[in-house]
Design a protein around this ligand. Structure first.
Ligand code: CP
Ligand code: NVA
Length: 309
């Protein structure tokens, strides 16, 4: 991978439908093989550096385990312990790491920093979450919906709550996968300009609706996320304004009776979702978390240009 043309995985809207469909098919195949006890050593001896500027449970463990299952290894790096915290630039960090490792996964709040890293890296860079996007999560979400309900094309999806990185990646996915996404956010926490531009570009596939009840009506999938994302500071104000956007049994009752519930986790039970919903029969949050592993293994294989099946 020193050709100077690395395959980065930074944002859902960098891809065509066919690219992402290929990765999802691979994810399903890898999941099936794992369940049969088959662990193809597709990334044998490859080393993935994982940089975390912020906390993580799922992203950290699923990338680490995924690399090991594929025969590779990982190096876990925390932003605070690196020279990044002493003002070494993202670009210089990328130039150096590219001489040691085969790929880099990073969680960093600033999307501009991610782009700077990717621009300078000569190995693939994977976005493990920025303030703008969480593309690995949405690959797992799409996989989970389709596992339970078949092709997502034409499905009715409702997003209820804050307007954040996970929503942004869902907006991009709705456009590519041609599902109908209704977004219910309070005016105070409505989409920022960058996201609004993408919502407009998605055209008929994304609708903004202030009333959460209207957004979930007849939905096949109801999604929410924390009201306080990493980097948000106005915690009390968010909890107050977002209170009417809680996903509870009353709200779920307005969705289709077979509707699924998703949350990328970690959940704040009693805030954006109640115990009844997240622990209830419509919730697929644990499958969703598991599918991070399978989806990211497929993303890694794509980034390394390793084709299977
Ligand atoms: N959903 C998600 O990315 O979880 P972590 O923050 O635990 O990685
Ligand atoms: N929107 C959340 C997702 C956490 C996985 C955040 O950015 O903190």
């Amino acid at each position: 991978n020193s050709t100077g043309n690395p395959r980065h995985f930074l944002s859902i809207d960098d891809f065509t439908y066919a690219d992402l469909r290929g990765m999802l098919n691979q994810a399903v195949a890898l999941k099936q093989r794992l369940k049969e006890g088959d662990r193809p050593q597709l990334l044998k001896d490859k080393v993935l550096a994982m940089i975390f500027e912020r906390q993580s449970t799922r992203t950290r463990v699923s990338f680490d385990v995924g690399m090991r299952q594929l025969g590779g290894e990982t190096i876990m790096l925390s932003g605070q312990e690196m020279q990044l915290s002493r003002e070494e630039t993202l670009g210089d960090t990328a130039r150096v790491l590219s001489r040691y490792v085969d790929a880099i996964m990073i969680r960093i709040l600033s999307h501009a920093d991610l782009l700077e890293l990717a621009e300078a890296a000569t190995v693939p860079v994977i976005n493990g979450l920025t303030r703008r996007a969480h593309p690995c999560q949405i690959m797992a979400d799409l996989m989970t919906f389709e596992e339970h309900r078949g092709n997502i094309k034409g499905a009715k999806v409702a997003w209820v709550g804050d307007s954040n990185n996970v929503l942004h990646s869902w907006v991009n996915a709705a456009e590519l996968f041609e599902c109908h996404l209704s977004v219910a956010t309070p005016e105070e926490y409505s989409p920022e300009k960058d996201l609004m531009d993408d919502i407009r570009r998605a055209g008929e596939y994304v609708k903004l609706i202030e009333d959460p009840r209207e957004a979930v009506e007849g939905a096949d999938l109801v999604i929410t996320d924390t009201w306080v994302s990493m980097g948000d500071v106005d915690v009390a104000e968010r909890r107050r304004v977002l209170k009417p956007y809680q996903v509870n049994t009353n709200l779920m009752a307005l969705a289709d009776k077979n509707a699924l519930f998703m949350h990328d986790l970690p959940a704040h039970r009693g805030d954006e979702v109640t115990d009844e919903v997240i622990d209830g029969p419509q919730s697929v949050v644990w499958d969703e978390a598991e599918n991070r592993l399978h989806a990211q293994k497929a993303i890694l294989c794509w980034a390394f240009g390793v084709e299977t099946n």
